[in-house]
Structures are given as C-alpha cells and as structure tokens.
Design a protein around this ligand. Structure first.
Ligand code: NAD
Length: 260
C-alpha cells in the first residue's frame, strides 16, 4: 500500500499516465496530475479519483518542454503535500519521419519532452527524496529505449537516453532509499498509438482494424497490445518496499518484442 505517499505522474491526463495515476490512487497514494487536454474533463477525473480512493489530488499544467515550469510543478507538489515520494516520468510525444526529412523543430520538441524533462524533474525531486531517504523514480521509456525502428530517430534517441539516465540516477542513489527504474512498453493502445494506426490506414488505404493487426504483427509477437493497467501494476510494484533492491533496470512489457 502507498497510503500517505505522494506521487507526481507527468502526462497523466491520458493513456498510460492516466492508467498509472489510477493504479497509484488505488494503492492510496496522493496524486499530482499533469498534462494537456480538456480542463473540465481533467477536473472531473481528479475529483473522481479523490472521491473513489479517499486521497488528495491536485493538478499542475506544467509544459514538460519548459524546465522552469517543471521546477514549479515539483515545488507546488512539495508544498501542497509536504513532500514528493514518487515521480513517474511519463509525458511523451512522437513524430515519425526519416532522418533525412525530420523537421529540426520536431527533433527539439521530442528530445525536450521525452528526455530533458526526465532530467529536469529528477533533478528537482532528488533533494526532497534524499532528505526523506525514501523515493521511487519510475521512467516510462519504451522498447525504443532498447531497440530501434525506422522513422523514429528522435523518439528512439530520447528513449535510449532515458534508459541511460535511469542507470546513472540509480547508481548515484544506490546507497540511499531512492530507487530509479525504467519501464519499456511495446505497443499499448493509447491516443499516441491510435494516431499511428490512423496514419497507416490512410497511407495504405486499409481499414483501421487491418492497420492495427499489421502494426502488431510487424513487431509484437504476442499479437496483443499491452494495457495501461499492466504498466500501472508494474509501476505500483516498483514503488513498493518489495522492490527496494530493484535498481537501474529497464523492464520490458512488450509481448516479446525485444526477445527477438
Ligand atoms: P498519450 O498521448 O495518450 O499521453 C501522453 C500524455 O502526455 C498526455 O497526458 C499529454 O497531455 C501529455 N503531454 C504531452 N506533451 C506534454 C507536455 N509538453 N507537457 C506536459 N504533458 C504533456 O500517450 P501514451 O501512449 O499514454 O504515452 C505515455 C508514455 O508512454 C510516453 O512517454 C510514451 O513514449 C510511452 N510509451 C507509449 C507506448 C504506446 O504504445 N502507447 C509504448 C511505449 C512507450
């Protein structure tokens, strides 16, 4: 149980981040929700989580591409809750194009949100976690932190960077109560992946169901999507005392994608 723990989950207004927020709420953790999207819907979700689990929930709309806003979000969480015990670096974006055609502005944006934000948030929470001598940092990387795919240069570079940063953070914190690990999902059916399915269907002139089947068949041997709930369950385990010596790992949930 994570009662009386406080968790920041970046990018938790949608997809995997929202699933992780729900999972940590079910364990009794107080939550700082972050991300973009419809403000009314976000307020509704925050109120529903607080009500269903008897926890405190706050929202901070920091843009993860802006280091000052990230620092402000961590300061806000610490002052609202009296500390920060868990940081889940989840916010992420995608852009697909070959290296030769990759727009420089998109490269910078993907690196800022998917990699640099993890550094800025980690740097901001470490003094708080070290003072408490307890902390859990869970970085949502990707199979693309372990292997490459064409047309995803910025994403693959950022996610490999996240896995590297995870190892260094774990090593620097090895003799403290602060752990850092990465989760490396394969395909999870979220808005981020739905956009790629829609693009494939439009490009190939096929139905969305067929595009979905092709996407899975190409990479994920199980033929099934991983789910936000499964990512959330592993996150909750990494936040438990049972995982105190699980440090610096990059754990795939990928239907055997990276076993090939
Ligand atoms: P999603 O698009 O459903 O959710 C992304 C979240 O990040 C949203 O809450 C969005 O508002 C937020 N976000 C985006 N840019 C932001 C910014 N600048 N500042 C603050 N918040 C921002 O995507 P998802 O599939 O749930 O992805 C979540 C994470 O999981 C990402 O890091 C992604 O790379 C990773 N991941 C996803 C998959 C997959 O198959 N869906 C696989 C591996 C890894």
């Amino acid at each position: 149980m994570l009662k009386n723990r406080t968790a920041i989950v970046t990018g938790s207004t949608s997809g995997i981040g929202l699933g992780i927020a729900r999972g940590l709420a079910a364990q009794g953790a107080n939550l700082l929700i972050n991300g973009f999207g419809d403000a009314r819907e976000t307020r509704r979700v925050c109120a529903q989580l607080a009500e269903a689990h008897g926890i405190e929930v706050r929202f901070h709309g920091a843009d993860m591409s802006q280091p000052a806003e990230i620092r402000d979000m961590v300061t806000f969480a610490a002052s609202e809750f009296g500390g920060v015990d868990i940081l889940v670096n989840n916010a992420g974006i995608q852009h697909t194009a070959s290296v030769a055609d990759f727009p420089e502005e998109r490269w910078d944006a993907v690196i800022a949100v998917n990699l640099s934000a993890v550094f800025h948030a980690t740097k901001a929470v470490l003094p708080i976690m070290r003072a408490a001598n307890w902390g859990r940092i869970v970085n949502i990387a990707s199979v693309h932190g372990l292997v490459g795919s064409i047309n995803k240069s910025a994403y693959v570079a950022a996610k490999h960077g996240v896995v590297g940063l995870t190892k260094v953070t774990a090593l620097e914190m090895a003799q403290t109560g602060v752990t850092c690990n990465a989760i490396c999902p394969g395909w999870v059916l979220t808005p981020l992946v739905q956009r790629q399915i829609d693009d494939l269907a439009a490009r190939e002139g096929i139905t969305k169901d067929e595009a979905q089947r092709r996407l899975l068949a190409e990479k994920q041997p199980s033929g099934d999507f991983a789910t936000p709930e499964q990512i959330a369950a592993l996150t909750a385990f990494l936040c438990s005392d049972a995982a105190a010596q699980l440090r610096g790992a990059a754990l795939p949930i990928d239907g055997a994608w990276t076993a090939q």
